[in-house]
Design a protein around this ligand. Sequence first.
Ligand code: GDP
Length: 450
Amino acid sequence: QGLGRAGPSATADPLLGGLLSPDFDDRSCLSRYRASLYRQPSLHNLSSHLVSRLRRYESLHQLCGPGTPAYSRAVARLREAMDGHASSNSTSSSDTECSYIIWTPVEGLGNRILSTASAFLYALLTDRVLLVHHPADDLNDMFCEPFPWLYVHLQTDYKPDDRRFFCDDGQETLRGVRWLVLRSDNYFVPGLFFLPRYEEELVRLFPRRDTVFHHLGRYLFHPSNTVWGMATRYYSSYLAPAEERVGVQVREFKYARISADERYKQIISCASRESLLPAVENATLPSSASDHHQEQEQEQKKRKAVLIVSLNGDYYDKLSSLYYEHGAAAVTVSVFQPTHLGTQHSEKRQHNQKALAEIVLLSFSDVVVTSAQSTFGYVSQGLAGLRPWVLMLPVDGKVPDPPCRLASTIEPCFMKAPHYDCRTRGDSDNGKLVPYIRQCEDVSYGVQLV
Ligand code: GDP
């Protein structure tokens, strides 16, 4: 059926070992139960505790989410408080009192996905219900069933005082706050691991700490039918016939300028050092074998598909020309790139849908190459469940040495770590406090779970 490993006959586990609830209507969100047909099965164990906490969260969401009597009561109480009336204690004793965390969007898709996953884990730890606030159209028709005010500011520019969020007394202050609004573009999950009050629960949820985003990502982010359609059509047309898929995400940042030629050199140098792509044969002379034999030889070769994902079309042009002009010995290499949109437009829905479809496509790869400091890449590697080869930042506009590194973890980097000592209330190196949280390989200020 030309679907490679994907297809109705593939043995797959639609509920991902209990990660997903069976209670959804399949047609409303095709990706939810079908992602397992396309992605590698997870190699990372899921704790039974996480599964039971997710089911408990779903019940809480059903009880407290928008449209429920408990939600109406909570909103009414909030209005009263905002109007300056004393909170109506009269209603609170017998009712379920629900607490909420409201996530608000900032920055590009990768940042949004990572901060949502962090907010969700925080909601799990604090028995809150996660609400997603999206005032504009840019997030519509992107994901299925997004779940369904003090204010926490953890955006990149957060201030020293905001760091108390990662301290026990800061959490104690927030405990009684029913409505919490979060503004963050960061994957702040590693920061939750600094909090003694959540330690025991986090160990039970994630006995392997380096799989937090992998599991939460596969649980939370099911692309809408529109996005899923784009990703699966592309997959079936171009990627499925190959025996192996290599995804290469090339991100360019203004603060790390490098020419397209130099960046291409970096990709080739990484691919050849780490044997990710086959070397081309220099001889372009036709082989002496008969036409029939040549065709047979071609058919017997292993097929490798290379998926380039970038705003820029240059890398695709160069790499596809390379394999068009020269063959490789034992492998046929096909190079594909779904879009090259030029510039970021996170305010446009269709732009975001295409970006998500590409993240999803990258997550179907067998090998992933990502770009340093890109949250887009972090999400792809996490959903794939693979440690990526990371194209390191250029040095003075040139290819760095080494050009790429195998990441030590599939976890995203918390790029703006607090670097705070809760006891002394002073600065501290958060990458050295506990053995399972280290400085990120691609962001010197950041920390990540390993
Ligand atoms: P980061 O800036 O790399 O950390 O990733 P974000 O996802 O937060 O923001 C970058 C945004 O630029 C994406 O969400 C897309 O809107 C756009 N973008 C960047 N790279 C690509 C790409 O390779 N393909 C597509 N379609 N969009 C991209």
